[in-house]
Structure formats: structure tokens, C-alpha cells
Design a protein around this ligand. Sequence first.
Ligand code: URA
Length: 238
Amino acid sequence: MERLQKIIALSGYCSRRKAEELISNGKVKVNGTIISEMGYKASFSDFIEVEGNPIENTQDKVYYILNKPRGVVATAKDDKGRKTVVDLIKTNKRIYPVGRLDYDTTGLIILTNDGELTNYLTHPKNNIEKVYVAKINGLISKDDLKKLCNGVIIDGRKTSRAKSKILKIDKKNNSSVVELIIHEGRNHQVKKMFESIGYKVEKLKRESISFLTLDGLKSGDYRALSIKEVKKLYGDKN
Ligand code: URA
């Protein structure tokens, strides 16, 4: 049994605070009866309606992390019929990727059918850390690294503070490998950040999201997340 507002929030219908408001305004029914008391506990198998809409059963939620290979699109469906990240996961649930990775970018991507987690992870205010490793053309300077950290203008707007460090300088091949840690998830953000200071990203991999890493996952491998891991992604707020 869980508090009603928690079940509603977990379903992705709205935030927990909004759910509390809806409960006290008499907008929530459990098995056909309006419930307006705040401490009410319900079960996942109860039939819950919010403003007349039945909410999804949170027990049907699934969560995976995948080590995305190159040459796979990070969408649920592709107009051009290319292989998608969803095709790589055996499930009968309608899952989709949280955020994007480019066709040629590899690494960690989360897939779920949980709208609330998706909103949480993609909202910039929640500051979810993402670690990327980029191989770029040219030998990057400390000054340029500083620029990335302080924020650069992409698509007319400054990126927020980032962390970065040089992992390798390859003078022979005139290339560098740089780790970049960002909290936003703007379109082609990493490539555009390097582009703005004059470098081209030749290879890009996402190594981690929050505390989740690719440990034990080879390219194309995936695993389900445990409930403990899902709760930890929310910063133990649920
Ligand atoms: N930034 C990019 O430029 N591409 C990605 O796939 C992810 C982040």
C-alpha cells in the first residue's frame, strides 16, 4: 500500500504536489469513490481515476540501460526503417529512450515506459550529470577546456557550467580525447560545444548518467534497472 498522491505521481500523471491538490479538491476517485483525505493509502491494483482519467498501473513500468552501438537510432520508431534502440531490447512493453543519442554516438541510454522518470531525468532543474568522452580533431589547449567549463554559446544560448579534463593528447594523429561532464541535454550539445571552440567531434560516447555506468555492458548489451536504482535516480525522493 502506498499513499494515493505517490501512486498518482509514479504513474506520471502529475507531480506529487499537484496530486495532493487534486485529492483535496475532490478530483480523485479510488474504485469509484471520491477520496479527499490526504493520508489515504491505496494499492497498485486499485482502480484510480484522476479528473476522470484512469491512471496507468505503475507496476507495469519497466526500466533498462543499454550500451548503444553506433549506427542505431535513439528513437522508438524510425521513418527510414533503420534499427532503433528499442529493437535491441526484448520486451512486450512500449518503451522509448530517455533523451537522445546521435546515430553515430555510442554509450549509455535509459529506456522506459515511465513518463515521470523521463520528465525527471530530462528536466534541467534536476541537474542530472552526464559524462561524455569525445575524440576530437586537433590538440586541445587548457584555455579551450576552460571555455567549455565556463559555458559556450550554442544555438544563441550559453551552456551551463560543465566539467572537463583531457584524457589523451595524440600529437602524431593530431587528435585529443576529452571527458566532458554536463547537466543539460540540448540537441547535439557536446558536438556543438566543441564546434563552437573550433574542434570537430570524431567519436562520442556517453559513459554515465547520474550514478549509472556501463560496467559489465558490452556494446549492444542491456540490463533491467532494479527498483533501488530507479529510486536512487530520483535522489531517493520517491
Ligand atoms: N551530444 C551530442 O552532440 N551528441 C549526442 O549524441 C549526445 C550529446
